[in-house]
Design a protein around this ligand. Structure first.
Ligand SMILES: N[C@@H](CCC[C@H](N)C(=O)O)C(=O)O
Length: 287
């Protein structure tokens, strides 16, 4: 059995995308981790499986897996990629992407960018989730000189630290410590943020189950919500990531709009029986 895939990315946050709407796909967690290996597999920040919709009104269901095999409830950059794919395939300008966290309507803009309604930001400690009752606007969590982060759920957990110089943060060292902090029972995505102006935020991210990535769409939504809650930015701002910028707006109705680009890198074919082999013989045959 071979499995065709697309390699896509949003601002360098990269995905293996498999369309399983008209085929059965049975990959083990070990096989997904083998595909994630950037030397012996394909490599990805998230593994995306497009499935038939489960709810009326949805165009398709999107499953999101991290390189460590764990599942997530949100991936903003992949939502734009999958929406673009489905809209191109069907010649439509709107698609509704279903995830385990809800329905996400997406629209193609005239300039080629995609806007997604990422749903409501959830701010209660139970929604993040946190280990116990806490003020999500200033958590009693610290690591070295960094303390008092904001917690936001965008269908997945985000912990946002405001700092003076985002480039001075040793993210590769503090990221994994904070991801696994006991305050976060489902672990967390960790964002360090520098507010540049009321309409511009610089952000770096350590993603749960993935590590440092060039961009995180749900993280960008979370940091904009956190910045507005702290009174630091207007409701609409540019979030500047290592891989480029997203426009994020936290609307009065509580929903967060994200606008940004999508890109197709290449297509290929997976051969699951070869995955994980270390001898000569590739797990991947490119088309
Ligand atoms: N890159 C994503 C977020 C992916 C999921 C995250 N690592 C998690 O485990 O919640 C995005 O663009 O939002």
């Amino acid at each position: 059995m071979t499995i065709p895939f697309l390699k896509m990315h949003g601002l360098g946050n990269d995905f293996v995308v498999i369309d399983a709407r008209s085929r059965t796909l049975s990959l083990t967690e070990a096989q997904v981790r083998a595909i994630a290996d950037r030397r012996t597999g394909v490599g990805f920040d998230q593994f995306i499986v497009i499935q038939p919709p489960r709810t009326q009104g949805a165009t398709a269901f999107m499953q999101i897996l991290n390189p460590d095999g764990s599942e997530s409830g949100a991936c903003g950059n992949a939502t734009r990629c999958v929406a673009h794919l489905l809209m191109e395939q069907s010649g439509i300008a709107e698609a509704v992407i279903e995830t385990i966290s809800g329905l996400l309507p997406a629209t193609a803009e005239a300039n080629g960018l995609i806007t997604v309604d990422m749903g409501p930001a959830r701010l209660d400690w139970r929604d993040i989730p946190l280990a116990g009752p806490a003020d999500t606007l200033r958590l009693d969590v610290s690591e070295g000189p960094w303390s008092g982060p904001v917690a936001v759920s965008m269908g997945n957990p985000h912990i946002v630290f405001f700092v003076d110089d985002v480039d001075a943060v040793p993210l590769e060292r503090v990221g994994p410590v904070l991801e696994h902090h006991p305050a976060f029972p489902q672990r967390a995505n960790i964002e360090f943020v520098q507010v540049l102006s009321r309409t511009e935020i610089r952000m770096r991210v350590w993603e749960r189950g993935a590590g440092i990535t060039r961009a995180c769409g749900s993280g960008s939504c979370a940091v904009q919500v956190a910045a507005v809650r702290r009174g630091l930015t207007d409701r609409r701002a540019e979030v500047v990531l290592d891989g480029g910028s997203l426009t994020i707006e936290w609307q009065e109705n509580g929903h967060v709009l994200m606008t940004g680009p999508v890109a197709l890198s290449f297509s290929g074919v997976l051969q699951p029986d070869l995955l994980g082999q270390t001898s000569v013989g590739a797990a991947l045959v490119t088309a």
